[in-house]
Design a protein around this ligand. Sequence first.
Ligand code: DLL
Length: 433
Amino acid sequence: MIWDRQHECMSRKRLRELQLTRLKSVVRRVYKNVPYFRSKLDALGLKPAKIKSLDDLRKLPFITKHELRETYPFGLFATPMKDIVRIHSSSGTTGKPVVAGYTRSDLNLWAELMARTMTAGGTTADDVVQNAYGYGLFTGGLGIHYGAEKIGATVVPISGGNTARQLMVMEDFGVTVLACTPSYSLQIAEVAEEKGMDMRKMKLRVGIFGAEPWSEEMRKEIEERLRIRALDIYGLTEIIGPGVASECEHRCGLHIFEDHFLPEIIDPDTGEALPEGQRGELVITCLTKKAFPVIRFRTRDITRLHHEKCDCGRTFARMERVTGRTDDMLIIRGVNVFPSQIESVLVGIEEAEPHYQLIVRKDGPMDTLEVQVEVDQRLFSDEIKKLQNVERKVAHEINSLLGIHAKVTLVQPKTIERSMGKAKRVIDMRKEG
Ligand code: DLL
């Protein structure tokens, strides 16, 4: 199903023309209205009129976390505050949060993009959507909310937490679509199992999951335990929130809504554009947003793009599932690893539960990795030798697939903190000295 066939299936040629017109216009507008951006371009001797082709985008400077910090909170807004009707922000675990403003037209656009997202995931007006993303400053809750309402679905705005109540609502209201982070969906599955609930008797059929990296193996695990089809959606506060890219029924990458967001892939070390199909850092330019249109925003998310047409008929580029962020990448004795790669290994091991945490420490000049993973209570009460065998097996798998030595510690069920939003996968003790 396609929400906006006219745009989502437009020819690549026509799409490029539209992108160019929009790019020229957004650069002119931001140059005129955002002094910070204007002074950056002036320092480069660059006038908006020099942007004549999509390739000219590369002449423009990047926006990174640094620029967002320098202009905190509203310095990159391109409209007067009186036109801004909503503010959202990121959680800001490291320093000040990112603040995003929306005009009324931005909110309409967002609802439209979320309607595309929900429809691509197979949601229709007949569905009952349990929205367990957090409501509030986080973009997940209200983003899904307005998109699902726009397509005429019934929204249950339950927000995150109180898992027993989530299950009661799911059963009693005949919920068919669950929207939350993948890690929270597992927590819901876990509590359902504890309560002896039979998911086959529930009407739930689809999960709309995103906001954190998750592996293909984790998808399978969630699908089996909740008896649903799980789809991946992507977005970020700096760009709009969810509604930047979404999987369709074919699940071969996430379609980027390219008529509004222009993607590039760069080498995160050099900032140079990478050739088609290569994996690197995703950079996004907002083409149509009014209040907070960031230009060449470095997302720090690692992915690659494919441009071949998808069987669903959409012509938009597809991004591969985000494997991790440049700042989440661990370098263990010279080997680069993302937490999601370790997740893929763990979820494939029968004795291990899909709850884990990675602890990175400094041991002299070396970085060491400890993988804590939960195992079944039965195994835990078993003889110590069995536990040691499983630890060895997990360490061996990690070593043979990723080439790193990790210390594996099996822990009791429920030792690893459960989250109702984004899971905390890495504890980096190096930063604490
Ligand atoms: O997480 C927006 C969102 C809400 C997306 C609900 C999807 C569903 P932020 O809190 O600003 O916004 O975090 C954005 O989360 O740069 C990625 O690193 C990560 N992320 C988001 N979606 C995915 C995904 C929301 N599907 C940051 N896979 C992004 C992997 C994701 N990582």
